[in-house]
Design a protein around this ligand. Structure first.
Ligand code: ADP
Ligand code: MG
Length: 210
């Protein structure tokens, strides 16, 4: 995997959040302020543009640029959270031109740690962590067991989608949805939903490039 993998991951996310924009807006309108679909679409459109303007950078630098772009274009909670996540992930790779599966685990683990650090959410709080943490765990477990990167990423995407659905019966303990208390129960978390789209996008980007 290399810089093209990161560019193609960001393009796949851009396409996915655009396709699902109205759905993400509806989910956020139910338990938040209804801007999650437009936040993510605006953010990743800007990320793709920024990457197009920076050909030749190594994968870590592209992730850092993507994170910086999200912070500066997305006002909602998801901007700083994903922004710092991608920057932390990018720092893991430094200047290296290529990376392997175990390094991808470290990138995503750093991203997760950064989200948890900044947002202080744990699994069960009905946030993006409910999709991201099981995805990182599944990727690590499958690769350690000797699975191919394609199979491990498929497992990660399924784990994120399962985690996303698991947010429905939860009561939100972080973010805007937490203001609703018990009324947040019965709705799927928008951030967990876009996170599942992002992990599925990674699976597509990598499977397409290997
Ligand atoms: P805002 O809530 O500011 O309008 P968005 O609508 O873009 O921002 O994003 C909302 C999503 O952000 C939530 O669905 C949730 O998944 C995630 N989120 C909010 N607060 C936190 C937090 N403290 N930790 C992790 N994720 C969070
Ligand atoms: Mg919102």
């Amino acid at each position: 995997m290399d810089a093209a993998t990161i560019t193609s991951w960001m393009r796949e996310i851009d396409a996915a959040v655009r396709r699902e924009r109205d759905h993400l807006v509806q989910l956020d309108a139910a338990i938040g302020d209804g801007d999650h679909g437009t936040n993510m679409t605006r953010g990743f459109e800007a990320v793709v543009q920024a990457l197009d303007g920076d050909p030749g950078s190594p994968p870590g630098k592209l992730l850092i640029l993507a994170g910086r772009t999200l912070v500066s274009t997305v006002g909602g909670a998801s901007g700083p959270l994903w922004g710092s996540a991608l920057r932390s992930g990018g720092r893991v790779l430094g200047e290296q031109p290529t990376f392997e599966g175990q390094e991808l685990v470290q990138v995503l683990a750093a991203a997760l740690a950064s989200v948890k650090d900044l947002g202080t959410a744990a699994v069960g709080d009905k946030t993006m962590v409910d999709a991201l943490e099981p995805a990182v765990d599944a990727l690590r477990t499958r690769l350690t067991a000797g699975a191919s990167i394609d199979d491990a990423l498929e497992a990660a995407a399924v784990a994120a989608e399962t985690g996303m659905r698991a947010t429905v019966p939860m009561q939100a303990r972080k973010g805007r949805a937490s203001y609703l208390g018990e009324r947040s129960v019965g709705h799927q978390d928008p951030g967990a939903t876009s996170t599942a789209l992002m992990i599925r996008a990674l699976q597509r980007a990598v499977t397409g490039s290997t």
